[in-house]
Design a protein around this ligand. Structure first.
Ligand code: G16
Length: 528
């Protein structure tokens, strides 16, 4: 493509006086600051596809759990995973190039650096969530893709995990590891076929799903007709027309952070409730007990449920020497880690961000990874899948367990955390175990905990180590945190800069709620 074409197209999207950074989940900030970033991400996606010999790269425009005025953009690599970390820096540099000429120059530098062949036709697919700002940002993306001759296709409003799924399907079709049909219908069919088989002759009452007034609402409604009648799903908070309602007083982040019901939900004792986030890649469950006390069943509880269920199926199928590991972050409740280790399963702690967890989960035959906020999935290694699908059962009981296990591998979206797939997974497991939410909850008791946000002058001044459990900068702050932690029972606290919001996060847990709240407040006060 000509130098003039790229420079002219870039000229329509001038860079504001702002420094950008590819963070936990791509670029994320106030939507009005993003057009130039999205345009340049389009260029990066083209280069990434060329570098990958024309494989399809995905671009998702979303700010997920962030408030309605925000938006964001992130890249999806060919197997449906997050963009390889080493390329994030190129995205950051491109986004910060000060002129259209500098954009072109950096683009050609990357072409040379990666020895990119001119004759490879790049392919990019894209989608967005339901934000008011999304269509204009999609246009910026399209302009970039057109400027550099990309073969592109838009999927409109989709959940983030749906786009990840389609990317993987497109790049594997016709191979012996084809992932599915690269359409939304293919996605619904894949999930529902596995779900319906797992739920044959089973039923599990009803679940009410709060969709955060995001794209998960319409997509869950699209999925429903494919499901058999084994569960009744009531969809709530699914108003995507009123933009200001997105993630407001609803959704997984609201429920997890505030540890309470969304105000719109009046819960019946022991009934199941779940909340998605704005792009439906996170889910948390909850219920109220007979005394109307709220109980959260978060990502840690989903991880332990999934790991133990899959472990039982592997064992009952007669498959041996099969490793299952659970990957968590510093936010994992101390009780969940202790519970998993008591089950004899290894746990690993990584920094926040599914890209880190995903990578660590690849070390196992089956890697279960979940952030406490409900973002996660289960990965089966290629060799594990090969063993599962070629295993010869030696009894009817082994045959049944093996069939369930095969269906579980199809039900789970193995590209990335997926609230719709995780919803069906939890429903299946609870139905198989005949567990009410309180029985699930009884596996272990969470240590009381508190998550706070602090606005600071410069969040980049906060640097962490040890999977974000300790601060190295500002100097001396960690010692002060440690001194406070030492004053409480079973206490733990850490501070880390958010990668999606302009804040620093403070987490504290302790033996009692009063202690956890007090510790969080005192640590937060250190940041002033
Ligand atoms: C994103 C990431 C998650 C992360 C969350 C909060 O979620 O995908 O891995 O836990 O942000 O990150 P931070 O604490 O760095 O702001 P989502 O659902 O907003 O895409």
């Amino acid at each position: 493509m000509s130098q003039e074409a790229i420079i002219a197209a870039s000229g329509a999207y001038p860079k504001p006086a702002q420094t950008f950074q590819y963070g936990t989940a791509g670029f994320r900030m106030k939507a009005e600051l993003l057009p130039s970033v999205v345009f340049r991400v389009g260029l990066l996606a083209a280069l990434r596809s060329k570098f990958k010999n024309g494989q399809v790269i995905g671009v998702m425009i979303t700010a997920s759990h962030n408030p309605p005025p925000d938006n964001g953009v992130k890249l999806i690599d060919p197997m449906g995973e997050m963009l390889e970390s080493s390329w994030e820096a190129y995205g950051t540099a491109l986004a910060n190039a000060e002129s259209d000429e500098a954009v072109y120059e950096y683009y050609t530098q990357l072409e040379q650096k990666f020895n990119i062949k001119k004759d490879v036709v790049p392919q990019v697919i894209y989608g967005s969530d339901t934000r008011e700002s999304s269509p204009a940002l999609v246009q910026a993306l399209k302009d970039a893709l057109d400027a550099v001759g990309v073969k592109s296709q838009g999927f409109g409003a989709v959940t983030t995990p749906q786009l990840h799924y389609i990317v993987r399907c497109l790049n594997t079709q016709g191979t012996d590891h084809a992932y599915g049909e690269p359409t939304l219908e293919g996605y619904y069919k894949k999930l529902s076929t596995a779900f319906n088989q797992l739920m044959t002759n089973r039923s599990n009452g009803s679940v009410t799903v709060d969709c955060a007034n995001g794209v998960g609402g319409p997509k869950l409604r699209e999925l429903q007709p494919y499901l058999n009648n084994s569960i009744e799903i009531t969809v709530t908070n699914d108003d995507t027309e009123t933009f200001s309602k997105l993630n407001s007083q609803s959704g997984a982040d609201y429920v997890k952070t505030n540890q309470r019901l969304p105000p719109s939900v009046s819960a019946q004792p022991l009934a199941r409730y779940a909340s998605l986030d704005g792009d439906a890649d996170r889910i948390v469950y909850y219920y109220v007990d007979k005394n109307s006390i709220f109980h959260l069943l978060d990502g840690d509880k989903i991880a332990t449920l999934a790991a133990s269920f899959i472990g039982d199926l592997v064992h009952s199928s007669g498959i041996t020497d099969f490793s299952i590991g659970v990957v968590q972050t510093a936010y994992a409740n101390g009780s969940s880690t202790a519970y998993i280790e008591k089950q004899g399963l290894p746990t690993v702690c990584t920094p926040t961000g599914v890209k880190h967890l995903h990578h660590a989960a690849l070390a196992y035959d089956c890697g279960v990874y979940f952030e406490a906020n409900g973002h996660g999935t289960v990965l089966f290694s290629p060799s594990a899948l090969q063993r599962i699908f070629s295993h010869a059962p030696e009894s009817p009981a082994q045959d049944t367990a093996l069939t369930h296990l095969k269906n579980i591998t199809e039900l789970i979206n193995q590209t990335v955390g997926d609230a719709l797939s995780d919803l069906l997974l939890v429903e299946v497991i609870l139905a198989h175990k005949r567990w009410t939410p309180d029985l699930w909850d009884a596996c272990y008791t969470d240590l009381p905990n508190r998550l706070e946000k602090a606005e600071v002058e410069d969040r980049n001044a906060y640097k962490t180590t040890d999977a974000e459990r300790k601060l190295t900068h500002p100097a001396g702050l960690q010692d002060k945190i440690d001194a406070l932690v030492g004053k409480y029972d079973q206490a733990r606290s850490f501070v880390r800069p958010s990668g999606t919001e302009n804040v620093v996060r403070v987490y504290a847990e302790a033996a009692t709620k009063v202690q956890a709240d007090e510790l969080a407040q005192k640590v937060k006060a250190l940041l002033k």
